[in-house]
Design a protein around this ligand. Sequence first.
Ligand code: ADP
Ligand code: MG
Ligand code: MG
Length: 205
Amino acid sequence: MDLDALIRWLELFRDRVVADEERLTALDSAIGDADHGANMARGATAVTERLAAAPPATAEAFGTTTGMALVSTVGGASGPLYGTFFLRFGAAAGQVATLDGAAFASALRAGLDGVVARGRAERGDKTMVDALAPAVAAFEAASDDVPAASAAAAAAAREASAATAPLIARKGRASYLGERSAGHVDPGSESTALLFAALEEAVGR
Ligand code: ADP
Ligand code: MG
Ligand code: MG
């Protein structure tokens, strides 16, 4: 993947988040504070504006620009977590202009590790980690074929996000509801599913 593909990835993510803003907000209104759609639409729009204003020359710069934009514009729990994901992604990817599948997989893994270190959520806690962890694992398992790995990651994230519905939240705002958080899909796992759907589209054959 070259830098154009990375930027296209986040443009497609922005398109999906903006298109699904109301749906993400509806999910967050059920078990949170009804701002996840607005938070992510604002953040993803800022990301693409900054990538266009100062096109990165390395994957590291791509991650730094993206992560800083998310940290500074999203707010809420998800901003620092998605921001950390991309800051760590960039740091792991390093000062290169292209990433092969294995390098991309390593960068995704570093991003996931950063989210877990920052948010302390485990799988099953009904957070974005529930979608992110299986998506990264699916990408790793097929990383010698980037389009296939991306499709597998997107499917894994989509299925894992849907599977958050019956869970009781143990992290974030939804955890304040206790058992009443069950019966609703986690909004952050849905935005993560959109991130991997956008990746599949960006690298699709
Ligand atoms: P806020 O809850 O501050 O309003 P958002 O609504 O933008 O922030 O994001 C909520 C999402 O953030 C949740 O649906 C969940 O997926 C994710 N989240 C919250 N806390 C954590 C955490 N500790 N670790 C991982 N993800 C988390
Ligand atoms: Mg919220
Ligand atoms: Mg909020």
